[in-house]
Structures are given as structure tokens and as C-alpha cells.
Design a protein around this ligand. Structure first.
Ligand SMILES: [Zn+2]
Length: 486
């Protein structure tokens, strides 16, 4: 088997994947701050890492994948106050909705653990104490800060210059020694959730009543679960600085293991009308809204049509295109699955079907092994399905064994992208439906559109068959009652 290479932000180059521990991979991806519904920008990020996780597992790695839930945060506190509820209740409610969204788009099933920041307060305190003991952290005006000047490696992930940091960290806090120092433990205002934790400063115990800063939860969680060093840390590219830079600083300074993470993997942004889709810009479309109209598999396919590191300029056309492509895949799969088999056809079709299967297998894994190149991987899936469709259209009967093998290969590749999970394709089209589709095609060629539309309505009402005219030709699909539209 070939080697898997992935782009590491730390070295700014593609590197061979060589886990710290043989075939075992520990992966952490920054998770959701639960104060509102997840939107398409989040979906892009989580689906991208989900595909990476699926591929690593299919490749035979023993992957442990965790994603944190930030349930203590300024935004949660502010939103709870607006809604006359407690931060805890608000966080639980949105966490529940987030989990519903993640299971609808096939992400939740692949994450081993969603640890909450609430459950790691003791670990955060312990890590902050270590940083105090080693001289990296200081208490000032009720806040505990990390002193960046004490950690010369601070800019190794972002590639920034130390004097650039101040420009990006504009929030002025009088207690900071340098404006770019970041908060590890934050003084709580009245009414906010707070923990009266005891810290030892200059051999004297002192209660610092407060709550964790945002960055500390990730390393407290990963250190508790993976230890001070692990294989892959993922997240959106906008987190490189300051969030991930802070994680490296506090983890390597506290535990002394370098590098904290071997491979830093970052996904690109999703933009809408030239701006990043975000809660603060109020230009977001929630996953829920999308799933009212589109199959979750169409959403996944839309994400996978772009490489995970590239930018997606979202418009609804992308979803429509993905949806049409998905329908093409399903109707072709149905034709292939239901193609008649015979012994005598074996010699003629067996060889060609086997060739299609094995080139799909090779092309798909070559693409995925090259920094998870999903656009190429999907292209190989489309090629294979089109070629198989041609074989079954040209032959009244095909070889059964090679056909079954080919379908397995197709479904196996599709499962990495997280598509083709519905099983309606197994039910063959009836002879009447086939002749009606042919008749409709003929009428459309003759420009008798009213007649053609009448057949389309009849197919929908009497046979539950939807017709779509696409760049691939006539595509049909069945509605399903399961999750999402289908
Ligand atoms: Zn994070």
C-alpha cells in the first residue's frame, strides 16, 4: 500500500503520516461552543474532519477521535442573559440540538467522545498550577495570565513575528504584563458561573474565584485523555492564531513534551457573498434549514467536492449541484444493482467490470492518500459508476460475481464520503416506469413539454419516482421517509 501524506501547518508542507504509536492515532478536533444552532461553516469543518476520520479508519488505523464541547464561555453567558435562562441550561439545550445536527449529517457516529469543558475544571486548575510553578503564569487583578515572552516557540505554528501579535490582540487589560498575554483563568463577574479554586502562589494558597479562559480546556482535556503528546489536532484555519498557538504554549510549557501535536491539520473557510459565514456577521444558514430542503448526503457531497483546505464560496447552486449529482449516483447505482445477470454473459462483461472496480480502488485510495484529495476521489467514483452504467446499458445481461464486487467497491468508497447509505436503489424500476421514462424523453426531444410534464407527474404520483433533467441526462430517484428529505 502506498503512503499517506498530509499537510502539516507546523512544517507548512506535506508529510508522511507516521503515528507516534504504530497504527494508533489520537485525534482531537476543536468542537462547538454551544450557544446557537450550528451553521454551514461548522458543517464544512466537521464533515471535512469526519471524512479524514473515516479514511484513517478504512486505512486500518486504530483512531481515537475526540471533539470538545465548550459549555462555559462569554457568548453562552451573554445569550443566556438575553433569554432569561442560566448559561448551563442554554448550553445543554444547544448541545442537544448540535448532537441532533451532527447525527443527521453522519458525523456523530464517528466521534468517540464529546467531552465538555464543565467536566474538566479540576484538570484545568492542575494545568494552570503547573504553569504557575514553572514560571509561565501570573496572577494579576484577579485573572491568571500566560506570559508569552517566557515561551520563545510561541509563533512556530502561525509563523507570525512576535511584534505582530500586539496588533491582533487589541483588548486592553490593565493587569497584563504584555498586551498579547492570554487569559488562563478569568475573574468572574457577579451572576456568572464561577469556581472558587485554590492556587498556590509563592508557597501561599489563594482562592481565585473565577472560570477558565477559552484556550485551557482543550489541553486539559487532551492531556487527561491522550497525555501530553498526540498525533493530530484539527480545526478551522482561523484558529491557528491565537487559539492553537495558545494551546501549544500552555501544553508544552506545562508538560515539557515537544511537539504537543505531531500534525496540525486546518480546514479552509466557507464564505458567503465574499464574507466568512459566521454568527457574528449574521450571514449564516443553519444546518437545520439546509436539511429541510436537501438530503444530508447532498450537504456532505457539496463539502467533499472541495478539498478540505480550500475555501468554499457558498451559494445555493452548490447544494443543488451536489443534490443532482447525488441523484445521478443513486439512479445509476440502481441500474447497475438491478442489471440482469447470466452465466453466458460472464466472459464478455466480467473482465471489464473487474477493471472498473480495480481502477476505482486504486484511484480512490491514491487521491485520499494524497492529503485527502476528495475532489479527485469523488471524480474516480463518478467515472466508475458511469462506466458501469454504460456496461449495463449495452448488455442485456452481465456477470453477477464481478457486478457484486464492483458494487461493494463503490459503496465502500462512497462510505468514506458518507454517501449512498439509502437503500432504495435496490428496488428495481417496473417495466411500466421504464417505458414511461423513455416515452417522456422522446416527448421532450420532440418538444412536447406539456405531455412530458404529464408523465412526470404521473411517475411521481403513481410510482413515487422523481425525474430530474441534468447534465448527465434523465436522472430519477425515489423519495424516502428517513432522515432528511429522502
Ligand atoms: Zn479548541
Amino acid at each position: 500500500m502506498s503512503l499517506l501524506v498530509l499537510y502539516n501547518t507546523l512544517s507548512r508542507s506535506k508529510e508522511k503520516l507516521e503515528p507516534l504509536n504504530d497504527k494508533k492515532i489520537n485525534m482531537f478536533v476543536c468542537g462547538q461552543t454551544v450557544y446557537d444552532d450550528a451553521h454551514l461553516g461548522h458543517a464544512r469543518n466537521y464533515v471535512s474532519f469526519d471524512i479524514i476520520a473515516r479514511w484513517l479508519r478504512q486505512r486500518g488505523y486504530n483512531l481515537k477521535y475526540i471533539q470538545n464541547i465548550t459549555d462555559i464561555d462569554d457568548k453562552i453567558i451573554a445569550r443566556a442573559a438575553e433569554n432569561n435562562t442560566t448559561p448551563e441550561l442554554l448550553a445543554r439545550r444547544y448541545e442537544e440540538r448540535f448532537m441532533e445536527d451532527m447525527s443527521a449529517i453522519g458525523v456523530k457516529e464517528n466521534v468517540d467522545l464529546y467531552p465538555r469543558s464543565h467536566d474538566y475544571i479540576k484538570e484545568m486548575r492542575t494545568q494552570i498550577q503547573l504553569l504557575i510553578d514553572k514560571g509561565y503564569a501570573y496572577l494579576s487583578e484577579g485573572n491568571i495570565y500566560f506570559e508569552i515572552d517566557k515561551f520563545p516557540d510561541y509563533t512556530k505554528l502561525s509563523g507570525m513575528k512576535i511584534d505582530e501579535l500586539s496588533k491582533h490582540r487589541i483588548e486592553f487589560e490593565p493587569g497584563k504584563r504584555k498586551p498579547y498575554d492570554f487569559t488562563l483563568w478569568k475573574k468572574a463577574k457577579s451572576g456568572e458561573p464561577h469556581w472558587p479554586e485554590e492556587f498556590i502562589l509563592e508557597d501561599k494558597p489563594i482562592i481565585v474565584d473565577g472560570r477558565p479562559g477559552w484556550h485551557i480546556e482543550d489541553t486539559a482535556i487532551t492531556n487527561a485523555i491522550f497525555g501530553p503528546q498526540y498525533d493530530i489536532h484539527g480545526g478551522a484555519s482561523e484558529l491557528i492564531f491565537p487559539h492553537h498557538s495558545n494551546e501549544i504554549a500552555q501544553d508544552e510549557a506545562a508538560f515539557g513534551k515537544k511537539p504537543m501535536v505531531k500534525y496540525w491539520v486546518h480546514s479552509g473557510v466557507l464564505r458567503i457573498k465574499g464574507e466568512k459565514m459566521s454568527k457574528s456577521l449574521k450571514n449564516f444558514i443553519t444546518i437545520r434549514e439546509v436539511l429541510k430542503k436537501y438530503d444530508p448526503e447532498a450537504l456532505r457531497l457539496m463539502v467533499a467536492f472541495s478539498h478540505y483546505r480550500s475555501q468554499i464560496d457558498f451559494s445555493e447552486d452548490l447544494l443543488k449541484k451536489a443534490s443532482t449529482s447525488l441523484n445521478y449516483l443513486y439512479s445509476s447505482l440502481s441500474m447497475i444493482y438491478n442489471a440482469k445477470e447470466s452465466e453466458s454473459a460472464a466472459r464478455e462483461t466480467e473482465k471489464i467490470i473487474n477493471e472498473i472496480s480495480s481502477s476505482l480502488e486504486n484511484e480512490f485510495s491514491t487521491a485520499m492518500d494524497n492529503d485527502f484529495e476528495t475532489p479527485q476521489a469523488i471524480a474516480s467514483l463518478f467515472n466508475a459508476i458511469s462506466s458501469l452504467r454504460t456496461v449495463v446499458e449495452k448488455n442485456t445481461h452481465v456477470d453477477g460475481d464481478s457486478k457484486k464486487k464492483a458494487i461493494n467497491t463503490l459503496l465502500n468508497c462512497a462510505s468514506v464520503i458518507g454517501i449512498l447509505k439509502h437503500d432504495w436503489y435496490k428496488e428495481p424500476l417496473s417495466e411500466e416506469a421504464i417505458s414511461m421514462i423513455r416515452e417522456r424523453d422522446r416527448l421532450r426531444r420532440e418538444k412536447s413539454f406539456d405531455e412530458a410534464d404529464r408523465i412526470r407527474t404521473e411517475l411521481k404520483n403513481n410510482y413515487n419516482i422523481n425525474i430530474e433533467d441534468t447534465e448527465y441526462g434523465t436522472v430519477w430517484y425515489r423519495e424516502q421517509n428517513s432522515q432528511g428529505r429522502r
